[in-house]
Design a protein around this ligand. Sequence first.
Ligand SMILES: O=C1O[C@H]([C@@H](O)CO)C(O)=C1O
Length: 556
Amino acid sequence: AVKHYDWTIDYDFWSPDCVEKLIISINGQYPGPTIDATVGDTIIVKIHNKLPTESVVIHWHGIRQRGTPWADGAAFVSQCPVAPEDEYTYQFVVDNAGTYFYHGHHGMQRAAGFYGSLIVRPKAGTVEPFQYDDELSIIVNDWWHKSVHDQERGLYSNPFRWVGEPQSLLIEGRGAYNCSLVPVGAVPNSGDCVTCNASAPQCQPYVLPVTAGKTYRLRIASVASLSALNFILEGHNMTVVEADGNYVEPVVVDNLDLYSGESYSVLFTANQDPTRNYWAGLNVRGRKPLTPTGLAILNYLPNPSTLLPTTPTPVSPLWNDYNLSLAQAQQIKAHSSLEIPFNEWSGSDRTISLLNTQNKLNGVNKWAINNVTLVPLSTPYLAVYTYKKLKKVLSATPPPPLTYTPGYDIFQPPVNPNTTVGSGVYEFKLNEVIDVVIQNANTLTVNASEIHPWHLHGHDFYVLGFGNGVFTSNDYDNLNYVNPPLRNTVPVFPYGWTVIRFKADNPGVWPFHCHIEPHFHMGMGVIFAEGTDLLPRIRLPAQNLGCGLTKDLIRG
Ligand SMILES: O=C1O[C@H]([C@@H](O)CO)C(O)=C1O
């Protein structure tokens, strides 16, 4: 079926955590409307940009955009951002059932609340490898009281102004800013305690209604700007059955790590004392937490949803117990019903190694990949590959290095912290099988290395493995070629490595980047282009290339 959506994007006053701020709304809603579709549907979303002075795009996170690379919604990669008062129509097919989402991919608009859920259901008659009675869905985020403009400008200020830890954690756009719970030092605007209106309807906890005895599929997606989050359903185990739109072997957990850009389906049974309600809780892991637990209510009907649990709010594992994080990530395996095509493409055609470092550029903090800080072109890459006349912009920026200096000491701050900027592209031939080794390292601070969730556009990839320390060719023998999970986002852990594999079979230009919003801004990403000789044959819609009526002058 063809599903049409008509969305007006605007700023609105909103109180997600009881403190009134501006959010980016869609049709007056926050989070944005849920797209609920079926495999094979064509999704047509017409957007009207009513932000007075900012342009927008929407990225459909996890949708592969096969044959529609222009609809990927990455600013200056797949399209020109849509100017104020202008319109743009996204059109793409959803070809894989699962839990997805969409979000702004220009500036730091995702962190301003510009996101929503996108659920793709299997075709009628398709059997999923698990059963449930009913379904619930949440999308989670971390939330700052500083505007995203303050945050973004701070990132390229000298001296560097870091965004700091979030004020609140939101479940389905709702949280509660609790002055008394916020540790000293975490409140940049203490005046918020005065203006906080705890009875504002927009910040009443999100309610997950359940009936005793039933089993639920809970879809969870994280669009966090910064935080690695950990989700707990008080008193209930969860069985992970889907990750990023792919079925996985069931894994039972009592807490679930969620890295920004990831989505999961978990099953749980409402099998606890039905005379009370329970907390659903969200905590920060991976960074020293300075943010109170984000809370929603697991509401056993017919109890009123306002019956708050009297039990303590959920406590997550220690924030820096990375062995636990790694162990949980390693538990996720492809479902046994999925065929792994490695007999067809047993080895990879090439490996690229991407060293993640924190660096300096003219005194300002940056991130770099193989010592290159990504500054995307101001002409959309897809247009550059489509129109011969534009190709010259690439000759001005060298292709990025395929690896890093052997012997680089990942356990120390960089000896030479200076980075170089680049806009170059990793080009892959159509159908090449690519292994990417993501190698983490120390930041600029002694004894510090951070988690980075890496997200690839245009593809799912196989996660072949994780490890601690420096990846060496010996590690190839111990990777998982049997049941590696397919994902679109994967963490690299502190001082560790992650290896992924994908086939460059989707002609287009696809960013691969850290999904932490400030980090992408600080240059932590690369651009992949594949099947580029085919791109001049695509009909790039004129609306990707210009603004206002000038679009009519452009022949696609
Ligand atoms: O990019 C970052 O900068 C800070 C810190 O390294 C310097 O203030 C931080 O924690 C990041 O993730």
